[in-house]
Design a protein around this ligand. Structure first.
Ligand SMILES: Cc1cc2nc3c(=O)[nH]c(=O)nc-3n(C[C@H](O)[C@H](O)[C@H](O)COP(=O)(O)OP(=O)(O)OC[C@H]3O[C@@H](n4cnc5c(N)ncnc54)[C@H](O)[C@@H]3O)c2cc1C
Ligand code: FES
Ligand code: FES
Length: 479
């Protein structure tokens, strides 16, 4: 069934927005139409967390709660979801939610501009996890900035939640909310508003039908890149197809040869899945934006954006990943190696979309990845590097090395690979491999790093990788 209305659950009932402005942000709607001003605007680009709200989404008849940045979320994507704002945490009897109480008790709030965002991130943690270990707490608030109290009181408040009763008023109302969500869940959206178009199909076939008549459209997945053209560049996006409404494309499969990730799968799901196969992939994803970003952002969006500092890209290149493309008629499978053509340009053609990504499983290889950025959390890479090595009887039998931040596109270090191939890992070889990087890359200076610094850390990461392999005896007695 198609609808031009956006329906969502708010405060235990269904809200309907008729034919909304397709470029309006959720934050703007919350503050100006719902008149709920607890949610703040700080940066308007997903970086500070002041606008954090929580969405409830139905998955296998259960509600999954996700903290997101409402400043870079387009309003129509609210369709079929539960909206939870900081004002809604207080119960009907006027009692503070355990998370709010903890923030008060531990003096976690001073100026209060960041506080609603912190409260919502901690609320999302409270609903998602059963134990609040240090790493869970730190990860949960990695997307929230505070300049006043410092983080210690907030962390102490979060720790104190461990003994709290988890049955809050949301848990008590769960059945009712699930029933409401079921009523509005299975619905495709088509909105025409003042020359702007928005489509949220439910199936790939439906997507293709829309594409037939709207070849000049923009695909919107998590919107963590695309929406910034509205919030920062003040541009209009005239035609949008929302990909994350297609649950058919939200999957992770594994056939023992490769992991296939559907285009609409949020990175947060890949982050836990891939840990078993490539722990360093998870390590990088943990530092990819923030939970608010990873709750919606996709690998497909990262690939299509083709930024030279896209963090998935060197990892996927070193793992020799393939990208599955579809258009109205055909499916094409390309090696990612051949996908990036020049700065932010790819082989994607008009009307073609990324269907999925295939990540080969190298059982016997060592995979290592590193991200160097100015700040540990929620920062863009200065350099990101990934190493995929097969070592047999002391020698490197296969090697794929790729870097982000070193060229106009994410790129393999071919000369460096040549030096390492069929070699023992000795000090001399490491030195030669480092030198070869000067042939591979001519990095530029920008606000994130100078070209000299980039080259220096790129070289040092080769050494770091080799030393770690040696120290951890990842290849047994070969050194
Ligand atoms: C605060 C913040 C922090 C960030 N931190 C990081 C970081 O640490 N590392 C990093 O690499 N990136 C980071 N990013 C960038 C961004 O989050 C990633 O590039 C993300 O993976 C984009 O995915 P998305 O689903 O949000 O894409 P969207 O914004 O929805 O789309 C991005 C582009 O891809 C196209 N597209 C989307 N899906 C498809 C598809 N299925 N087929 C074809 N084209 C498609 C869109 O049309 C658009 O051009 C950050 C962004 C923000 C705002
Ligand atoms: S306002 Fe800063 S993340 Fe949204
Ligand atoms: S209390 Fe967070 S910025 Fe002041």
């Amino acid at each position: 069934m198609n609808s031009c209305n956006v329906e969502f659950v708010y405060q235990n009932r269904i809200f309907k927005i008729k034919n909304p402005n397709t470029n309006e942000t959720l934050l703007n709607y919350i503050r100006t139409k719902l008149k709920k001003t607890g949610t703040k605007e700080g940066c308007a680009e997903g970086g500070c967390g002041a606008c954090t709200i929580v969405l409830g989404e139905l998955k296998n008849s259960e509600i999954k709660y996700k903290a997101i940045n409402s400043c870079i979320t387009l309003l129509p994507t609210l369709q079929g979801k539960q909206l939870i704002l900081v004002e809604d945490l207080i119960s009907k009897d006027g009692l503070l939610h355990p998370v709010q109480k903890a923030m008060v008790n531990y003096h976690g709030s001073q100026c209060g501009f960041c506080t609603p965002g912190f409260v919502m991130s901690l609320f999302s943690m409270f609903k998602k996890y059963s134990k609040f270990e240090d790493n869970v707490i730190k990860d949960s608030i990695a997307g929230n900035l505070c300049r006043c109290t410092g983080y210690q009181p907030i962390i102490k408040a979060a720790k104190s939640l461990k003994n709290k009763n988890k049955i809050d008023h949301f848990a008590k109302n769960k059945k009712k909310i699930i029933n409401l969500l079921k009523k509005i869940n299975n619905r495709s959206i088509v909105i025409y508003n003042k020359g702007k178009r928005y489509f949220a199909p439910q199936y790939v076939q439906e997507l293709k039908k829309i594409l037939k008549k709207n070849i000049d459209t923009n695909f919107l997945s998590g919107g963590t890149d695309l929406s910034l053209s509205v919030t920062k560049e003040r541009k209009d996006i005239s035609s949008i197809i929302y990909m994350n409404s297609i649950s058919e494309l939200n999957y992770i499969k594994n056939n023992n040869k490769y992991i296939e990730v559907g285009a609409s799968t949020p990175l947060i799901e890949l982050e836990s899945y891939i840990k078993k196969y490539y722990p360093d992939f998870t390590k990088i994803l943990k530092r990819y934006g923030s939970p608010q970003i990873r709750n919606v952002a996709t690998m497909a969006g990262n690939i299509a954006t083709a930024s030279p500092i896209g963090d998935c890209l060197p990892l996927l290149l070193s793992l020799n990943a393939k990208v599955v493309l579809q258009d109205l008629k055909k499916t094409k499978i390309l090696f990612l190696d051949n996908f990036f053509t020049s700065y932010r340009k790819t082989k994607l053609k008009k009307g073609q979309f990324i269907h999925s990504i295939r990540i080969p499983l190298f059982e016997n290889n060592i995979f290592k990845a590193y991200k160097v950025s100015k700040r540990f959390d929620d920062d863009i890479s200065s350099v990101c590097a990934a190493f995929n090595l097969e070592i047999v009887k002391n020698k490197i039998k296969n090697v794929r090395i790729a870097y982000g931040g070193m060229a106009a596109i994410p790129k393999r270090a071919i000369y460096c690979e040549k030096v390492l191939l069929n070699s023992l890992i000795t000090e001399e070889i490491i030195h030669k491999a480092k030198k070869a990087l000067e042939k591979d890359f001519k990095p530029i200076s920008d606000m994130r790093a100078s070209r000299l610094y980039r080259m220096e850390i790129a070289k040092n990461l080769i050494e770091k990788c080799c030393v770690e392999i040696k120290q951890k005896k990842l290849i047994g007695v070969y050194f």
